[in-house]
Design a protein around this ligand. Structure first.
Ligand code: NAG
Ligand code: NAG
Ligand code: NAG
Ligand code: NAG
Ligand code: NAG
Length: 224
């Protein structure tokens, strides 16, 4: 029994001592750390929330910037060109008559549709403008083609005013140049608009005898 008491008392004192020592320390130090932890948690939460919002905004801006940056320019091609009614009488050249029909298409390589305005095609003979034609406006859907059918009626008086014409007619070849220009606009996210002007110049050599195109080369330029 005394042994038990002896055993109990140290345990009791130890048990009594432990809570006091445990309680003494927490009361002295833990109330501030507990509130600090909450404050820190709130602070960390606030900081991480702000960081997330900033990252989200940055990602959205990057996506918009990349989308706008990735807008590809429309590509214009001269599919075919032919001359109708080439009717030049060498003995009396005043009856000259000629119509140039060009099949020009504009490809829209973008996922957004491109709206094109009126197109202008000018026809030149040796740097002298001999005819102009205007095409109607239209829309090229996503990755679709917009076709311009251009028919240029040559102003015979301008063609005939060129002193080189007779030389070229005798040689059997006419050097012609077409210049087609069209402006378009792509709408992205309803608010961002991407404007592009496309111009294509084609120079060709026309055989007078059979009205066929002997050679043709085109260059394209795009303005944003
Ligand atoms: C060219 O014009 C002359 C004079 O007007 C005419 O006699 C001749 O038949 C015409 N030639 C052609 C191929 O039209
Ligand atoms: C040009 O030729 C076509 C057909 O040959 C004719 O219908 C047209 O009236 C002519 N135009 C001129 C300006 O001579
Ligand atoms: C363009 O012209 C060609 C030849 O005349 C014709 O086959 C085609 O249908 C025309 N396209 C349009 C869109 O008018
Ligand atoms: C047209 O005529 C030129 C020469 O004048 C010739 O080289 C060419 O092969 C001819 N083309 C056709 C389709 O007959
Ligand atoms: C096309 O031709 C026109 C008229 O000659 C010229 O002003 C323009 O710079 C040319 N454009 C290109 C892309 O060659």
């Amino acid at each position: 029994m005394p042994a038990d008491r002896e055993h109990i008392t140290p345990l009791a004192t130890a048990a009594a001592d432990r809570p006091t020592s445990d309680e003494g320390d927490p009361y002295a130090t833990s109330p501030t750390p507990l509130s600090c932890r909450r404050r820190r948690r709130r602070l960390i939460c606030c900081v991480s929330c702000t960081a997330l919002v900033v990252v989200a905004i940055a990602v959205v801006l990057a996506i918009i910037a990349l989308t706008v940056y990735k807008v590809k320019d429309p590509v214009m091609t001269m599919n075919s060109v032919y001359v109708k009614n080439l009717n030049i009488n060498l003995t009396s050249p005043h009856a000259a008559n000629m119509t140039v029909v060009a099949d020009v298409s504009v490809k829209n390589p973008n996922a957004a549709s491109f709206r094109f305005g009126e197109s202008t095609t000018a026809l030149y003979y040796r740097a002298r403008e001999i005819g102009v034609a205007y095409g109607p406006p239209g829309t090229a859907g996503a990755r679709k083609m917009f076709r311009l059918n251009v028919t240029v009626d040559v102003m015979a008086d301008r063609l005939l005013a060129d002193p080189d014409l007779l030389v070229d007619l005798v040689g059997g070849k006419l050097d012609l140049t077409t210049s087609t220009k069209v402006g378009g606009r792509a709408k992205i996210f309803l608010i961002i608009k991407h404007h592009a002007d496309v111009m294509m110049n084609c120079s060709m050599t026309l055989a007078v005898s059979n009205q066929s195109i002997l050679a043709q080369s085109c260059t394209q330029r795009v303005w944003l």
